[in-house]
Design a protein around this ligand. Sequence first.
Ligand code: NAD
Length: 390
Amino acid sequence: MFNEERRFEQPIRWGMVGGGRGSQIGYSHRNAAQRDGLFKLVAGAFDLDPARCQEFGINIGLEEQRCYPNYQAMFEAEAQREDGIQAVSIATPNSTHYEICKAALKAGLHVVCEKPITFTSAEAEELKTLAAEKQRVIGVMYGYTGFPMIHQAREMVARGDLGDIRVVNMQFAHGFHNEAYEEKEPGLKWRVSPEVSGPTYVIGDIGTHAFYLCEMITGMQVSRLSCMRQSFIPSRAPLEDNAHVMMEFEGGAVGTLWASAVNAGSMHQQKIRVVGSKASIEWWDEHPNQLRYEIQGEAPRILDRGMGYLYQDNEGVAASHIGGGHAEGYFESWANLYHRFALVFNATERNDHATVDNVWIPGIDAGINGVRLCEKCVESADNHSAWVNF
Ligand code: NAD
């Protein structure tokens, strides 16, 4: 069980870039990182507006002098302090991730970076090399992979409960942007602007989440894909607000991914269905405590989080903060991930290779593959949905 029991003595001194007042995702990071007491927020460059950063930082309990006007000033000043930050989370719009991540690694910090981590896979590979040189870790915030039932799904696939994997259906298709709300919502405006969002909108913004669930649960690698993408709100072109991807995996399995922001009426519809030769499993993020398990020829079963019939010897399955029957959700999933990031960051500093190797996290390779998904989808879609090697 992941809970407030300290797994090491002093919490990791932690800073944030971005995630300021009113941002969509800043609170999720702060809530998750500090949930089990393994990180302590001590510094921040939360906002493009230095005054707002300062006011917000003080409001959430930071010392005034540790609320910085920008990330460069934060990394420089914190490096001079004996009690300076050891890790940083980057929760800014996509175009800034690469430079901030590079500066953080050069400053000797462990990093949790938002997805998509860069615009190009070459940049992401460069970050991987730099992290290795500096002996620092990059975690990528695929926030849905902390759910215990996702780890149960992964364990079931690994143990062969489904037989050979044949088909994976992935989707993350909400309806929140079925009209051109970007004029009123700054958080949407940058998402549909290529210079800030990167080469894609929905593929990078939400498709990467569903895609990573597939990678994580099945361990399968895509060999090639074909993508078509549309901008149903024409002013969003060339960035898509809807995309369909067909995939072939190494080993013969096939899959589809639907990413959309124009699925009118839908809340999230982030679902994954993994079909094997004997049975299938299905998970839906709006009901994250349940995993549907269907064996051919038998009545379908609903597996519930926190129950003894799950693979409790898997730490991810056993990561519940409360027993079965109570509803856990998004924040617990994020907290489970930050708990894992803390264990890996701490172990890295102690040269505890066994822990580093054994605690699963979405790391830099997960980030690289997400960026590659965006690149390859654009390459295909811009070439009449031609099949392209992954
Ligand atoms: P947002 O526009 O709501 O907020 C961005 C914040 O970053 C603002 O506070 C802004 O002032 C600040 N900022 C921008 N540039 C900065 C800079 N150079 N230095 C310091 N602060 C800066 O954006 P958001 O929706 O919170 O998205 C941020 C990132 O998180 C994006 O990469 C997005 O893809 C990602 N995201 C991930 C998830 C997830 O589930 N993992 C969910 C939502 C967003």
